[in-house]
Design a binder for this molecule. Structure first.
Ligand SMILES: Nc1ncnc2c1ncn2[C@@H]1O[C@H](COP(=O)(O)OP(=O)(O)OP(=O)(O)O)[C@@H](O)[C@H]1O
Ligand SMILES: [Mg+2]
Length: 255
């Protein structure tokens, strides 16, 4: 298995003049699954957007690295090329951008040395569409165009498997999924893990973590990591709620 490291180091981020993330440090290695949890508005999606390089998010200090290479000054597509894939909480639709063309371009940019056989690629995508319970005609649709919420999430999981990135951030991939889809998507995440990807799952629910056991769990409160622990911390969070962190942070134990 490849050994890669995604390092989010002492990250401070603001949107406009509002400071959102404060001193966030998370280190993800190949084959690890990290769960990032925390109340609404605490900055989880901000972290996903910042790592991928969305321009609205201003990094005041701190560093992002993959295998020691600094990402801070790289464009979104350049970060993707370094092996980063982010499935957003609200996947965008792009009218007129055929899904298969988008995917092919993304794949080639991620794996520039591989010669892609188009026919085989399309077959593979169609097979995965079936695996995710999606119609094969989706290859020809505009990117996410006219898809239901749950269909979009499944399409994100499909992209994750096809693109084979080194690091994956899934922002609430489980929200809006029906029970069957949740199982399939969880299986897909396990597959990505087995293939050596390092994964951050942002979620509000224990349920997906029953299917895919996280190695580490981080709790983000008011933009700060209030606690980090092993996988079973997720269950504890569900039991005690975020009230527990009110009025002070528990020392982060693991990073
Ligand atoms: N473009 C923006 N302009 C101004 N404020 C923003 C913007 N995007 C996010 N915020 C604010 O930043 C804070 C963190 O938002 P973020 O979306 O990261 O939260 P979250 O932890 O993902 O919440 P949720 O669990 O509801 O998805 C919130 O207070 C939000 O209102
Ligand atoms: Mg969010």
């Amino acid at each position: 298995m490849d050994s890669n490291i995604l390092s989010i180091k002492n990250l401070n981020v603001s949107i406009g003049d509002k400071e959102i993330l404060k001193d966030v440090t998370i280190t993800v290695k190949s084959g690890e699954v990290h769960a990032l949890m925390g109340p609404n508005g605490t900055g989880k999606s901000t972290l996903a957007h910042t790592v991928v390089g969305s321009v609205r998010y201003k990094v005041n200090s701190g560093e992002l690295q993959i295998n020691g290479k600094k990402l801070n000054d790289l464009q979104v597509y350049e970060r993707a090329r370094e092996g980063l894939f982010v499935a957003f909480q609200e996947p965008v639709s792009v009218q007129g951008l055929r899904f298969i063309n988008y995917l092919r371009t993304a794949y080639s940019s991620l794996h520039p040395d591989e010669k892609l056989e188009y026919k085989k690629f399309v077959e593979e995508v169609k097979e995965l569409l079936k695996y995710f319970g999606l119609d094969s005609s989706f290859v020809d649709r505009g990117l996410n165009e006219g898809l239901s919420g749950g269909e979009k999430k499944r399409m994100e999981a499909l992209q994750m498997l096809i693109l084979k990135p080194k690091f994956i951030i899934l922002d609430e991939i489980d929200s809006g999924l029906d029970v069957d889809a949740l199982k399939v998507v969880s299986k897909a995440i396990s597959r990505a893990k087995e293939n050596g990807a390092g994964i951050i799952i942002i979620t509000h629910y224990q349920r997906i973590l029953d299917y895919i056991k996280p190695d580490f769990v981080h709790v983000l409160i008011n933009g700060r990591i209030a606690e980090s622990g092993k996988g079973d911390l997720a269950k504890l969070i569900e039991e005690r709620g975020y009230e527990y962190y009110k009025g002070g942070e528990v020392d982060a134990k693991i990073n």
